[in-house]
Design a protein around this ligand. Structure first.
Ligand SMILES: [Zn+2]
Ligand SMILES: [Zn+2]
Length: 300
């Protein structure tokens, strides 16, 4: 039997990168301390801020809400949750059920926004790929607008070190370098753009899953039916991490160092204007969300 390094009870997990074996309770404490340190180190949330945590019901955003709730008990920030009902039959219902349980358990106020209220139905979009990208556009748009219109200082998402790495490789290989602000643990807002924060920046999907299991945090262990079935980059990153424990954490930490040394502004140096139809920030005449709406005649 492997014993917990801290208390001697039976260990549930061996964390290779830290050379640590921990029991259930000690893992929960360890994970929360890790996130707390990242939040402080990168000043992810500032004192007195009102944070809107976007939750999907998946393990990462559920872990994010749970750990942020724990941190909010000692730190000076307010926390509410937001769920975007994308109207994906069965899947959206199941997700909402889990999110309701989660928020009740954690005693966090839940805001639900429905995509159908904005006249968009994903089922009217033809291909799976287009549905998935429309969903991303809609989520980014709605969380920003909802947060701003309801007086939140920042939007928190459950992005992990795995997400950051996969995103980095994809963009790097396609020669797209206009992404840098999205890779930071905190992207300052500007004009109508609300600040975006990523409290799990240094945490991995596996660590989040283990945290949910150890703390009995409700989450839905099912992928969206429209999501691409396999992300090859995640597999590659997983393989590297297996051979080089600590690779992910080290990579994203140094990515931040690099990006910070280049002094970026929130707007990423790009010029922006306002959508002719809804007034939100965009780089073109009509924003991606309104274009989506135009292509998507709702079923009456
Ligand atoms: Zn222990
Ligand atoms: Zn618009």
């Amino acid at each position: 039997m492997i014993r917990c390094r801290f208390c001697g009870k039976r260990a549930v997990e061996v964390l290779k990168q830290y050379r640590l074996s921990l029991c259930r309770d000690c893992y929960v404490k360890f994970y929360e301390r890790q996130v707390e340190r990242a939040v402080k180190r990168y000043k992810i949330v500032k004192s007195g801020e009102k944070v809107l945590a976007c939750v999907s019901g998946g393990k990462d955003s559920s872990a994010m809400l749970a750990v942020m709730k724990s941190l909010s008990e000692t730190a000076d920030f307010k926390l509410e949750a937001m769920f975007i009902d994308l109207g994906i039959r069965d899947y959206s219902e199941m997700s909402l059920n889990v999110v309701e349980k989660l928020c009740e358990k954690l005693d966090v106020n839940l805001n639900v926004v429905r995509l159908s209220d904005y006249g968009i139905r994903l089922e009217n979009i033809n291909t799976k790929r287009k549905k998935c990208s429309a969903c991303g556009t809609a989520k980014r748009y709605l969380m920003n607008r909802f947060a701003r219109e309801n007086g939140f200082d920042c939007v928190a998402t459950g992005h992990t070190s795995d997400d950051i790495l996969a995103f980095f490789f994809k963009n790097w290989l396609s020669g797209n370098f206009s992404w840098s602000a999205k890779f930071l643990p905190r992207t300052e807002g500007f004009d109508k753009m609300v600040t975006k924060v990523r409290p799990l920046y240094l945490s991995s999907e596996k660590e989040n899953m283990l945290y949910c299991v150890c703390r009995s945090v409700p989450f839905l262990n099912e992928n969206c039916p429209y999501a691409p079935s396999k992300d090859v980059w995640k597999d590659i990153i997983y393989d590297i991490e297996r051979k080089k424990p600590g690779f992910k954490r080290c990579f994203v930490m140094n990515l931040v160092k690099y990006l910070k040394s280049k002094t970026h502004t929130g707007s990423n140096g790009e010029s922006y204007r306002y959508c002719r139809l809804c007034g939100e920030i965009t780089t073109s005449d009509i924003c991606a969300f309104c274009r989506l709406k135009q292509r998507n005649t709702p079923v009456k």
